[in-house]
Design a protein around this ligand. Structure first.
Ligand code: FDA
Length: 392
């Protein structure tokens, strides 16, 4: 039987960061993962360029049953700390929209950085290794792996969420928490495209591929980013962001040209050129296919000159106050993250250790802390992993 100070389950962003930090403290550390390669989600992230953090990351960018839980970890290991590590490895990066930092080259540079740090600090990595059972033995743990049995003083669960099951995502961490009597909040796919009712989808089919810079709102929450019409429904950053707040049966409001007073623009077009068709006037504000669909969905007079103010108001509402109820979401198959997870009330916010099970830690996405789109989820993985690595 192998003895380790720390066993980390999951060679993702959070698990590898935790292992590095524990290794730095001279702990013997084993990281196990059932996947054949480490950091697969890092590799596919950010369209292959890994949006590894956000310059403006702060607790306001996270959703959790306990919004103040993430404050301590985000303060102790900040985006600047991770940027310094990236710079130390000479990885070139650039800022995209609003503080989002991406690698100039492939995301694998971040995976290689983490692997190099693990090697430097003596961390043992076992891939293609599944966990068969976990037992509490005294004040440590005995873990039966497909490759043999190991024992450890500290067990760190970094097994991520349920999103992209095709890549090996499982509910393992939630089940383990449950087995140790820890509460797990309801989980659901987040940062996920939304689907439409069949009738509406059929009407919108011609719009697949059209994108607008929209303001998308659900209740009091709103995001101002690109929205994309797809063959299945709606996607793009604005929709992914709002999907984390939307609930089944709820309404979404979209403003497709939020900076424009559509009513005034249409009135001006009417006085300039009364013989113009509504669709043509709308095409000056919106992509042509979208202008056409909106004009068709609000049937009215052939010429602008014959359009009443009341009618133009209706058109304005269709453009800048489009309300609809999504049919659902594309689910875990395409969701970037899982909302919910191990209840933060069960964990110490400084160390990520389970208050009722000393020696057991949960880090990264498996915890009920979910970031917005834009590098926040990796920052949570780095920060929470780092915190556990200081004590595990
Ligand atoms: P992560 O899921 O990375 O790692 C968990 C590991 O545990 C995996 O290697 C898995 O194989 C392993 N595992 C699971 N069950 C196991 C078991 N039973 N036994 C052994 N091993 C097990 N975020 C961001 O900030 N910027 C971005 O650009 C993107 N882009 C992005 C794109 C796509 C397509 C997705 C799906 C997600 C993103 N994200 C993102 C989100 C980000 O990838 C995610 O939040 C982090 O990877 C979470 O890191 P963790 O280490 O917690 O889990």
């Amino acid at each position: 039987m192998d003895l380790f100070d720390v066993v980390v389950i999951g060679a993702g962003a959070a698990g590898m960061m935790c292992a590095i930090e524990a290794g730095k403290r001279g702990r013997s550390v084993l990281v196990v993962d059932h996947a054949a390669k480490p950091g697969e989600k890092i590799r596919i992230s950010g369209g292959g360029r890994c949006n590894f953090t956000n310059l403006n990351a702060s607790p306001q960018n996270f959703i959790s049953g306990n919004p103040s839980f993430c404050i301590s970890a985000l303060r102790r290991y900040t985006q600047r700390d991770f940027i310094a590590l990236v710079e130390r490895y000479g990885i070139a990066y650039h800022e995209k929209t609003v503080g989002q930092l991406f690698c100039d080259g492939p995301s694998t540079q971040i995976v290689n950085l983490l692997l190099a740090e693990m090697r430097l600090h003596g961390v043992v990595l076992r891939l293609s290794t599944s966990v068969e059972s976990v037992e509490r033995i005294g004040d440590g743990f005995q873990i039966t792996l497909s490759t043999g049995t190991v024992t450890c003083r500290s067990l760190v669960v970094a097994s991520g969420g349920k999103s992209i099951p095709k890549m090996g995502a499982t509910g393992f961490g939630y089940d383990l928490a449950d087995r140790f009597g820890l509460k797990v909040t309801e989980t659901r796919p987040a940062l996920v495209p939304l689907t439409l009712e069949p009738g509406m989808l059929e009407r919108m089919t011609p719009l697949a591929g059209v994108s607008v810079d929209a303001v998308v709102a659900s209740g009091k929450t709103r995001f101002s980013e690109a929205m994309l019409f797809t063959h299945r429904g709606l996607s793009g950053p604005a929709i992914l962001q709002i999907s984390s707040y939307w609930r089944e049966g709820g309404e979404i409001t979209v403003s497709m040209v939020p900076q424009v007073n559509v009513f005034e623009e249409l009135r001006a077009a009417r006085s300039r050129n009364g013989r113009q068709a509504l669709q043509t006037a709308l095409a000056a504000l919106l992509p042509k296919r979208l202008a056409q669909l909106i004009a068709e969905s609000e049937p009215g007079p052939a010429n602008l000159a014959d359009c009443s103010d009341k009618y133009l108001r209706r058109v304005e509402a269709a453009v800048n106050q489009w309300r609809f109820k999504p049919a659902g979401s594309e689910g875990y198959r395409t969701a970037e993250v899982t909302l919910g997870g191990v209840d933060t009330h069960e964990l110490d916010s400084r160390t990520m250790e389970a208050k009722r099970v000393p020696g057991l830690y949960f880090v990264g996405e498996v915890v009920d802390v979910t970031g917005w789109l834009g590098g926040y989820n990796f920052q949570w993985a780095w920060s929470s992993g780092w915190c556990a690595g200081q004590v595990a």
